[in-house]
Design a protein around this ligand. Structure first.
Ligand SMILES: O=C(O)c1cccc(O)c1O
Ligand SMILES: [Fe+2]
Length: 296
């Protein structure tokens, strides 16, 4: 069974230059700056209080936050982790304050990715007001590096109550709710957040951003394209501290009705499994050996 995660809540990203991260996130990505102090900057692409917190110092690493339904659910999750011999710790009052949450449980997956379960995150009564009209509707998923795909996948399924929606090679696209995936695990030699996804309203927003990013000399690293897995049309680009961002639109939902007959698919690790239109990725975790690419 595992913890009952409702949705992804935030990503925390260590940044060598907060000013640059904020500039990029507002002027290029199109997020709204909510709060800023000397060590943190909180930004959002939907009506939540924040989706990204850039933390001063790239060596602060990356963490992802996941919302559970209540403080009681958080306590139940802690008990289940204890029973499963998964080491967890309660967040300190300072850490809770930094994350704008009432309840915080911190753990690591087998690769060492920091996973934070949060309860009663701060809501916000003000509407998201973008700095640039990128068409962002909401923060949707993250890619994580995994040093051990089977172990991390098993952890998400057994301990975090998640389900695999599809695989691309050993990379699992994993859901905790009706969205095709909220997290994807990409084999790597390291851990940490591999990309951050924001959903945009339409394919027009993908294409408008594609031209804007090129005009602003932002490095587009994949797309415009379409994922055969979620069906989403996408565009990936690189921001400060080598963080990859993805706009996508049209991600498929796997409803409770779909669940009755849904069977996860196993796509081979080849270019057409990442893009059904023919775009080739300049993203290390998505690249395949040239002979495989040529054969595809
Ligand atoms: O949306 C997807 O299916 C997808 C597939 C591969 C890699 C990704 O980042 C994705 O979002
Ligand atoms: Fe993605």
């Amino acid at each position: 069974m595992g913890a009952d995660l409702h949705d992804i809540r935030y990503v925390r990203i260590g940044s060598d230059d907060l000013d640059e991260s904020v500039r990029f996130a507002t002027e290029i990505l199109g997020l709204e700056l909510m709060e800023r102090d000397r060590s943190c900057a909180y930004l959002r692409g939907d009506d939540r209080d924040h989706n990204i917190c850039y933390v001063k110092g790239r060596d602060a690493g990356t963490m992802t936050g996941w919302e559970v339904g209540s403080m009681t659910a958080l306590d139940q999750a802690a008990a289940e982790f204890d029973a499963a011999c998964v080491r967890v710790r309660a967040g300190t009052s300072e850490e809770r304050e930094q994350r704008r949450v009432r309840g915080l449980l911190i753990l690591n997956d087998p690769s060492g990715n920091t996973i934070e379960l949060v309860a009663r995150p701060q809501a916000c009564g003000r509407r998201y007001f973008p700095t640039r009209d990128a068409g962002i509707t909401h923060f949707s998923h993250v890619g994580l590096h995994t040093r051990n795909a089977p172990a991390d996948e098993g952890f998400w399924v057994a301990n975090l109550g998640a389900k695999v929606s599809d695989w691309i090679g050993d990379a699992a696209l994993i859901r905790i709710n009706e969205v095709h995936h909220n997290v994807a695990l990409f084999p790597s030699t390291k851990s940490g957040v591999q990309h951050v996804n924001f959903q945009v309203e339409s394919q027009d927003d993908i294409m408008r951003s594609w031209y804007m990013l090129q005009n602003r000399n932002v490095k587009v690293v994949f797309g415009p394209g379409r994922h055969p897995t979620s069906g989403a049309r996408f565009l990936y680009f690189q921001g400060p501290d080598d963080m990859i961002y993805e706009y996508s639109t049209g991600v498929r939902m796997i409803t409770a009705e779909d669940e009755k007959s849904y069977v996860p698919r196993s796509f081979p690790k080849e270019p057409s499994s990442f893009c059904m239109w023919g775009s080739l990725p300049d993203i290390p975790e998505f690249k395949v050996p040239v002979d495989v690419a040529r054969a595809a």
